[in-house]
Design a protein around this ligand. Sequence first.
Ligand code: DAH
Length: 342
Amino acid sequence: MTNMKEQLYAVKQRAQEALDLATTSEELEAVRVRFAGKKGELTALLSQMGKLSPEERPVIGQIANEVRGFIDAGIRAKKAVLEQAELNRRLEKESLDVTLPGKARTVGKQHPLNKVLDEVKDAFISMGFSIASGPEVEYDYYNFEALNIPKDHPARDTQDTFYFSPEMLLRTQTSSVQVRVMEKTQPPIRVISPGRVFRIDEVDATHSPIFHQIEGLVVDKGITMAHLKGSLELICKKLFGPETKTRIRPDFFPFTEPSAEISISCFKCGGEGCKFCKNEGWIEIGGAGMVNPKVLAHCGIDPEVYSGFAFGMGLERMVMGRYGVDDIRMFYENDVRFLNMF
Ligand code: DAH
């Protein structure tokens, strides 16, 4: 019995030493397994209790309990100490430096195409126009046929078209909306229709297979070329500044007669001639003309009673000119450094 007692106290002593040496949670767990585990030193010793006499058993049992209690309490205490130390270490490592500069939040910007488009819309709305829209996936009929461009018309060659089928295509021009509006509305008509158009084209600094046009249409009694020129002049001065001059020169479009090319004096040099306007002093921004009577008739409007003018302007062109952007690709890349410049 003395032997057993001594061995129990020896276990207690060794446990105390091992506890003192443990410096991490893993080491502490090893101590627990070694002394208080199912195959630990204490269990091994207690398995010999059967050899003791009935009188000895309670005495030794009490000492064994005391040793177990001691080991359990020691482990719990050490565990708390180690956890606190680990927490302190982590807090120290993860400490917050409140003097560091904060993270800047970037604020979104309106895209330059939308910015100018909003101005264009406002300018036309102030002149009594309303906004019309039409589908991007369009019938050949609205994009070509009804605009006096039949199947084998050479004008189709200038607008390389994405076809889905012989009847369906991606619209190559917003002029398609003219037809849709006239079909549904009797004059007076005063609308603009901005939107995306599509043409098969290699991407380079001045070409993109997707770009934007702003279509305009006015139909009423007694509309003449003078109304067209006056409206364009007014709108261009509003958009590009009071100094802006507008030039119209003869051109050809099947849906207008007569037809014109619209140019404005160069934003950069004011008409002197510079690199941007290729020394011409003028920048072409679109086409226009008096609505061809054939088109009016086709849409159910009597050309004997009514006349109209129409125009189509390239939005990218206008924005590039206004801000001196020399590569159309910049508009579609969404580079915030570019967008932040406006
Ligand atoms: N749709 C023509 C184009 O994309 C531009 C145009 C010319 C529109 C004359 C018109 C117009 O409304 O009257 O090239």
